[in-house]
Design a protein around this ligand. Structure first.
Ligand code: GLY
Length: 467
C-alpha cells in the first residue's frame, strides 16, 4: 500500500512512522526537507501544500494508492476533494466540511442550527461598530477569535492576552477593518483537553484524550502557540477528566458529524474537538479537521504496530473496523524543542544536533518538525516548532523524566518547557478543577478523587445553546 503524506512537520513524521510500521510505502509532499520523513519515504516532492494541482499531480505520477492530509491548510484549499476526484481515497474532509476549522463562524452557526450541546455563548461580529454592543452582551470576560486560519495563534483571551475590555475590542476591530469577521465568546473557567476521533460513514471512533500546553512559556505564561507539548494518561483519560465527561465530549463530536451529514457534508477524516472541562461539563472551544499537533503525535506514538494502514484506508473508504482502534495503555509526555523567542519573535536559522540512537535508547521517540536537514544528525530550525520528543511509560511522570534525560543528547540554542506534565503541574491542574467544583453539586461532571476513570459521575448540566 503506497500512502502519500502531505505536510512536513512532526505530526506528519509521526503519521508516516506509524504507517511505515504497518509495512506501507511512503511518499511525502512538503515545503521543507524533513529528515525524518525523508528517511522513511520512497519518494518526495518539495511543494506548497496548498498547491492542490501540484499535490494531485505528484500523487498521480508517484502512483499513490491513498493519501492523508496532515495540516489544515491543504484541506481548506480543497486538496481532499481533488485527490478523491482523481480516484485516490483520502483521509481528510472536503473543503466545505473543513470550514469547521477554517471558519469559526461557520462552525458555531452550524452547531447552533442543529442544537449541538456543549457550546459557550458566542457571537459572530461582522463590522467594527458591532464590537462594543457584542462585548456588552457577553456581559463578562471574553475571548476574541478571528474567523480565519491562524495556526492557533490568533485567539486572544481576556486576563491572559489583554486586560481591559477596550483592548480586546480594539484587537477585534483590527481584524474587522481588514475584512475578517471575528467571534466574541464568553471566557469560561476550566481545564482544556483535546479529543480526536476518526470519522467516516460508519461512525465516530474516539482516540485517547490528550492535554495540550498552548502557552509559550513555563507556568502557562506567554502567547498562544500551536502547542509547546502535551501528555496523555495510561487509561486514555486525564488526571482531571472522568470517563463520563469524556463521553459527553464524544457526544458533541457525534452530534456535529450528524449536523454535517444533515447538510449534505459527509466527513472522512479526523475530527478534533478542543474542549474546556468546566464545572458544567465539557464546552467546545473549537473544532479542527485533522490530527492535533502535538496531540496527534502523542496518540500515534501509542498505536499498536501493524494495522494503521488498514485503519486509515478504512477511514478513507468509509468503513472502519472498530477492532483496529488499538492504542497501548501507556502514558506519553511530548515536549517540543522550539527556536528561542518562539511565540513572539522567533529566531530562525539556528542548528540543532541530535543523537537519534541515544534518544531512542532513553525510551523516547523523535519526530522532526518544520526543520531542514543539514547533514547527518543536524537540522536547521525555522521560526516554527523544530523537534518533538515523546516519552512513553506506564506513569506520566516517568514519561516526562525520559524526555528530560533525552535532552542530554541534543545540542543547540533552543527553548523547551520543562514544566509540561510534571507532578507539580498536574497537581495544579487537578486543584484548579477541584476549586471550580462545589463538592456534591449536581453540576459536577467529574469525581473529585482524580485519576479514577470509572468512578461514577453525575451528568453534566443542560447544554447551553448559542445566543
Ligand atoms: N495543538 C493545537 C492544534 O493542533 O491546533
Amino acid at each position: 500500500m503506497r500512502w502519500l503524506v502531505v505536510g512536513g512537520g512532526a505530526r506528519e513524521h509521526a503519521i508516516a512512522a506509524t504507517l511505515a510500521q504497518a509495512g506501507a510505502e511512503l511518499l511525502v509532499a512538503s515545503p521543507n526537507t524533513n529528515p525524518g520523513l525523508e528517511h522513511l519515504a520512497i519518494g518526495s516532492r518539495r511543494l506548497s501544500v496548498t498547491d492542490v494541482t501540484a499535490v494531485v499531480a505528484f500523487a498521480r505520477e508517484a502512483k499513490a494508492d491513498a493519501a492523508i492530509l496532515g495540516p489544515e491548510a491543504p484541506l481548506a484549499a480543497g486538496a481532499a476533494d481533488a485527490l478523491r476526484a482523481a480516484g485516490i481515497p483520502s483521509v481528510g474532509p472536503g473543503q466545505q466540511a473543513a470550514r469547521l476549522e477554517s471558519s469559526k463562524a461557520f462552525c458555531r452557526e452550524l452547531l447552533a442550527r442543529h442544537r449541538v450541546g456543549g457550546q459557550p455563548k458566542s457571537l459572530v461580529v461582522a463590522a467594527p461598530e458591532e464590537v462594543d454592543p457584542a462585548v456588552a452582551s457577553i456581559g463578562g470576560a471574553f475571548v476574541v477569535k478571528p474567523d480565519a486560519l491562524t495556526s492557533g495563534k490568533g485567539v486572544w483571551v481576556q486576563g491572559a492576552d489583554f486586560a481591559e475590555d477596550s483592548e480586546g475590542a480594539d484587537y477585534a476591530k483590527g481584524f474587522l477593518v481588514q475584512g475578517t469577521r471575528v467571534l466574541l465568546e464568553e471566557k469560561l473557567e476550566g481545564e482544556e483537553f483535546s479529543l480526536m476521533a476518526f470519522v467516516t460513514d460508519s461512525g465516530v471512533y474516539p482516540m485517547p484524550t490528550v492535554q495540550d500546553f498552548k502557552r509559550s512559556l513555563e507556568g502557562d505564561r506567554g502567547r498562544n502557540t500551536g502547542g509547546m507539548g502535551a501528555y496523555s494518561q495510561r487509561d486514555h483519560l486525564l488526571p482531571f477528566l472522568s470517563s463520563a465527561a469524556r463521553d459527553d465530549a464524544v457526544k458533541v463530536l457525534e452530534e456535529a458529524v450528524a449536523a454535517l451529514r444533515a447538510e449534505g457534508l459527509p466527513y472522512r477524516g479526523i475530527l478534533y474537538g478542543g474542549f474546556l472541562l468546566t464545572a458544567h461539563g465539557p464546552k467546545l472551544l473549537e473544532f479542527n479537521v485533522r490530527f492535533g499537533d502535538p496531540e496527534g503525535i502523542n496518540v500515534l506514538s501509542l498505536y499498536e504496530e501493524g494495522d494503521f494502514s488498514e485503519l486509515l484506508l478504512g477511514v478513507a473508504e468509509g468503513h472502519v473496523d472498530p477492532n483496529l482502534m488499538r492504542f497501548r495503555l501507556r502514558s506519553t509526555v511530548l515536549k517540543y524543542l522550539v527556536p528561542p523567542g518562539y511565540g513572539s519573535q522567533p529566531k530562525a536559522g539556528g542548528l540543532l544536533v541530535l543523537d537519534d540512537a541515544a534518544i531512542s535508547a532513553e525510551g523516547v521517540h523523535v519526530y522532526y518538525g518544520q526543520v531542514d536537514a543539514r547533514g547527518p544528525g543536524t537540522v536547521a530550525m525555522s521560526s516554527s516548532r523544530a523537534v518533538a520528543l515523546v516519552g512513553e511509560a506506564s506513569a506520566i511522570h516517568e514519561a516526562g523524566t525520559r524526555v528530560e534525560k533525552a535532552l542530554a543528547h541534543v545540542t543547540g540554542d533552543y527553548y523547551v518547557r520543562h514544566d509540561i506534565a510534571t507532578p507539580e503541574d498536574l497537581e495544579r491542574r487537578k486543584e484548579h478543577m477541584r476549586q471550580l467544583l462545589v463538592p456534591g453539586s449536581k453540576a459536577s461532571p467529574l469525581p473529585l478523587s482524580v485519576a479514577a476513570p470509572d468512578a461514577p459521575a453525575s451528568s453534566a448540566g443542560p447544554p447551553e445553546q448559542l445566543t
